[in-house]
Design a protein around this ligand. Structure first.
Ligand code: S6P
Ligand code: ZN
Length: 187
């Protein structure tokens, strides 16, 4: 064990701050193509470019067996009737799985199997732990009125592959139907 290596970091689930990593901030402009209702996107962007989420990732090592982890904070909000969401990705190393631990708020994860195309919706909020198997695209949505914060823990060689989904998006989308989160086919 390297005595120089910092093993303990500090996080604040209310603010999404986590020591020891760099913060990535994603605005509506960064994620705009993920939303179905492009008219609603344009309407919001006429006035502002809201921050949808922030992620701080800690990468303690890169040798086989190492783990990386990140703290995400996804703010509440809607674009049309679709909840604020993360871009979503496969792992570059397709077999790499991930564990999500919900800390605050209410939300869900959309999982899509790369081989079968099948979708699953899993609750992610305070008190939920979601296992994301390998070969599975994953996206997070905030279905509540407060920030959704969560940890994601994954193999150091997992990587992000955004390309495939940037082209065709997820097959399903989560919308608010009379106050109820409802999974629909994406047009
Ligand atoms: C990384 C992990 C999360 C996401 C975060 C943001 O493997 O799944 O930390 O990076 O939820 O989502 P995205 O799709 O913009 O990376
Ligand atoms: Zn991931």
């Amino acid at each position: 064990m390297n005595p120089e290596k910092i093993l303990t970091q500090h996080y604040n689930p209310e603010t999404g701050d986590l020591t020891g990593g760099a913060k990535v901030v994603r605005t509506l402009k960064d994620v705009r193509s993920s939303f179905q209702d492009q008219v609603a996107v344009d309407r919001i962007l006429e006035h502002e470019n809201p921050v949808l989420y922030e992620v701080v990732a800690v990468e303690p090592g890169d040798t086989p067996g190492d783990l990386h982890y990140g703290l995400g904070i996804l703010y509440p909000g809607m674009v049309g009737n679709e909840y604020y969401l993360t871009k979503g990705h496969y792992h570059e190393t397709r077999e790499a799985a991930e564990v999500y631990i919900g800390l605050t708020g209410e939300g869900a994860m959309l999982l899509e199997d790369e081989e079968t195309g099948e979708s699953r919706l899993e609750s992610l909020g305070a008190g939920n732990v979601v296992y994301v198997p390998g070969h599975t695209a994953h996206r997070t949505m905030n279905t509540g009125n407060t920030p959704l914060t969560y940890f994601g823990i994954y193999p150091s060689n997992a990587g992000h592959d955004y390309g495939a989904l940037a082209e065709r998006n997820f097959r399903k989308m989560l919308i608010d139907e009379d106050g109820t989160p409802t999974l629909m086919d994406r047009a």
